[in-house]
Design a protein around this ligand. Sequence first.
Ligand SMILES: [Zn+2]
Length: 350
Amino acid sequence: MKAAVYREHSKDPRQVVKIEDIDTPKPKANEVLIKVEAASYNYNDLWGIWGEPIKIPMPHISGSDIAGTVVEVGENVTTNIKVGDRVASHPNLTCRVCYECTSGREYDCISRKVWGFQTGPLWGGFAQYTHLPEVNVVKLPDNVSFTDAAAICMVGMTAWHMLVTRAKIRPGQTVLIMGGGSGMGIAGIQIAKLFNCDVIATAGNKDKMDKCLELGADHAVNHREADWYKKVRDITNRQGVDIIYEHIGKTVFPQEVGLLKMGGTLVSTGATTGYDSAIDLRYLFFRGTNLLGATQGTKAGLEEVIRWVSKGRIKPVIDTILPFGNMVEGHVKMADSQLFGKIVTTPQRL
Ligand SMILES: [Zn+2]
């Protein structure tokens, strides 16, 4: 089979990511073999290629977001998943037996690994075939395309986990979605609107702000302007917001904390602009602020997202679909913040 393999690290993906012919994997016990029809890109793919901030198994196949068809099942796979099923990946590999896993918090499992990033050698989604534990695939309704599924899995599951599981979003709340033009932001806006919330989205330019409004955001603010947080406060009639959906980090974090209502909740899943932030701790104790962290999510959360995609209420947004032979351009394009939506490649089409 063909796979996008790299055998050394580089800041320039074009230098190291090559389409190679390698052996098609066999499913282990409890695993299924999937013919990959669509695979989407995430920032962890770039971290893998760069070789930082953490070491990863080499040689490496990246890709944590795929959809395709089950073509073989290993021993001990239950009757739930069969050959011919259309499925998408749930990229959290966890032990499923520890206290955290069995209490429904698989995302807190101490042995959790992100498939396609921390796994290998040669075990990820940018390949014509891949294998996954049965518990790490979700079935796709017929009306959800492979490209849409690949585009929504990771960001949809993470956004669902942040807003629903962690921040416990309720109808009618005011929700500030930071970075609304990113893959994470697009999913966050749509989930907050599912709950009929008032959504203020931020973006880095006018074009992305307009697209956030088209997706359903009620207001859009440019977070690159120095007084962005004053604009948010004015939109709320100086009341502040109930929930902040955060993944930008240092450049906005201190101002965000001051935008929360009494008892409000900030949920963070990343820090693209830097992690060594400072806040005025008086906001934390005096205002009863909830500062929450979130990483990825649960398989159940992913199934909820896929159900809403099937109903047409969450619409995956795809920026570009690349033939597999040209897939490395996706890595290059991802570093470009002018994207709106996900990049997807199609391993069966070179
Ligand atoms: Zn566990």
